[in-house]
Write a protein that binds this ligand. Structure first.
Ligand SMILES: Nc1ncnc2c1ncn2[C@@H]1O[C@H](COP(=O)(O)OP(=O)(O)O)[C@@H](O)[C@H]1O
Ligand SMILES: [Mg+2]
Length: 409
């Protein structure tokens, strides 16, 4: 069991690409930490530097307080499972799994016992004499995992180990990984580009974008209080909807979207950080789950939309519509110093998504009214993307709601 600490870890490739930029993070003893981010953001490079397969250009890697940055891979006692889990094709499952033990001259009887134990655990006991060609994709992946596990390393590194499996197998392997981790509690850094995988597997999640750590926290923290617009848009499926708006008035503060003015009750109590943004542009973020289909004569203001797409997913529907216009022309509040606000061209061409109930009567092209809970809005600085400070939340909801979204009423 081990603590892994990365201090100002940096990687600049010879061509000049900065793949990892001043990355500082501590992975606690026995923790399952998921490193998540879009393709090309530097995840594999972080992992390969921890394993010693890639030299760091700067910074340090410490295992249990000891700098290992200059150690050879095999001195670090770290096991890595890759997406393309290359098994030795001419060896049986037993030989593949026992290979690392053989290299270390572990006595045969002891090695056999360890392989047997791990194989049992992974449901591979019946397959020990087969060769990889005679295994399914999921079984091969399990052998690759078993091969790393028999070593009983100080640290596990996994680089998108499930991405070659079909969706159903991926779900069952996720459950299996969690179970194995509960049992062995080996400190693990798990890389994925899939935010659902991150939410379901991680004790904590570290979000990385363009080589930089954006935020680290529990799945619930990242979902409920994203530190910036990138994290807000990355965690949650479908993504959070964004628009640049101008907040007007004071009591209440209002926001105008799609030609309708919505009050933002207790705005400054809920988002103390909003004060400097009154009368100035700010980015509002609304999750698809914050919407519900409103009746024909709603009691509260509702957003008129024309669905461009309707996705029936069985237990809910996703409604796709053009991002609502953020009207600044009818300004009544104090004008900002920035003068007239330019139309957000990018936003105008974007689609928003609302999650509505499975039985919601909606169809493409037929106007509909959406109500939404502005209390669930997030706000971000339009220039830096930093989240505007909100008051501490009340009773947290179970994290499951964060993963599956909340169905409309
Ligand atoms: N050996 C290499 N030489 C040059 N650039 C590389 C090398 N490996 C990765 N990169 C670049 O570094 C960045 C991060 O890559 P990588 O860590 O593989 O991302 P991820 O695993 O998040 O998809 C990318 O821009 C990639 O093109
Ligand atoms: Mg990668």
């Amino acid at each position: 069991m081990s603590v892994v600490r990365l201090e100002h870890l940096t990687k600049v490739f010879p061509g000049g690409t900065t793949a990892v930029d001043d990355f500082t993070l501590t992975v606690a003893d026995g923790e399952f930490l998921v490193l998540v981010g879009p393709s090309g953001c530097g995840k594999s490079t972080v992992l390969r530097m921890i394993a010693g397969l890639e030299d760091a250009s700067g910074g340090d890697i410490l295992v249990d307080g000891e700098p290992v940055t200059d150690w050879a891979p095999k001195e670090r006692d770290i096991a890595m499972v890759f997406q393309n889990y290359a098994l030795y094709p001419h060896m049986t499952v037993r030989q593949n799994m026992g290979f690392a033990l053989k290299l270390r001259h572990v006595p045969k009887a002891e090695a056999d016992r360890q392989v047997q134990e791990i194989a049992q655990l992974l449901g591979l006991a019946e397959l020990l004499d087969r060769k990889p060609a005679a295994l399914s994709g999921g079984q091969r992946q399990r052998v690759a995992m078993g091969r790393a596990m028999v070593r009983q390393p100080r640290v596990f590194l996994m680089d998108e180990p499930l991405s070659n499996l079909d969706a159903k197998l991926r779900v069952s392997m996720r459950a299996e990984l969690s179970r194995l981790h509960q049992r062995y509690r080996v400190t693990t850094v798990y890389v994925t580009h899939d935010q659902v995988e991150a939410m379901t597997l991680g004790d904590r999640i570290a979000v990385i974008d363009r080589g930089r750590l954006q935020q680290v926290g529990t799945p619930e923290e990242l979902y409920r209080t994203p530190a910036n617009r990138f994290v807000a848009g990355f965690m949650g499926s479908p993504s959070m909807n964004f628009a640049t708006v101008t907040l007007r008035g004071r009591d209440p503060v209002t926001v105008t979207l799609g030609g309708v003015t919505f009050p933002l009750p207790d705005a400054l109590a809920r988002w103390p950080g909003l004060l400097p943004y009154l009368g100035r542009p700010v980015v509002i973020g609304l999750r698809p789950a914050a919407f519900a289909l409103a009746g024909p004569a709603p009691a509260t203001p509702a957003l008129p939309v024309v669905p461009l797409g309707v996705e029936a997913l069985g237990d809910e529907k996703h409604l796709l519509f053009g991002a609502p216009r953020a009207d600044d022309t009818e300004a009544t509040g104090p004008a900002g110093d920035d003068g007239p606000i330019a139309v957000d061209e990018a936003a105008a061409s974007q689609l928003w998504t609302a999650k509505v109930a499975a039985h919601a009567d909606v169809s493409i092209g037929r106007p509909a009214l959406l109500s939404f809970d502005l209390g669930e809005a997030h706000f971000f600085d339009p220039r830096t993307g930093e989240a505007v400070a909100a008051a501490p939340a009340g009773a947290p909801e179970p994290v499951l709601a964060a993963v599956s979204g909340r169905p409309g009423p």
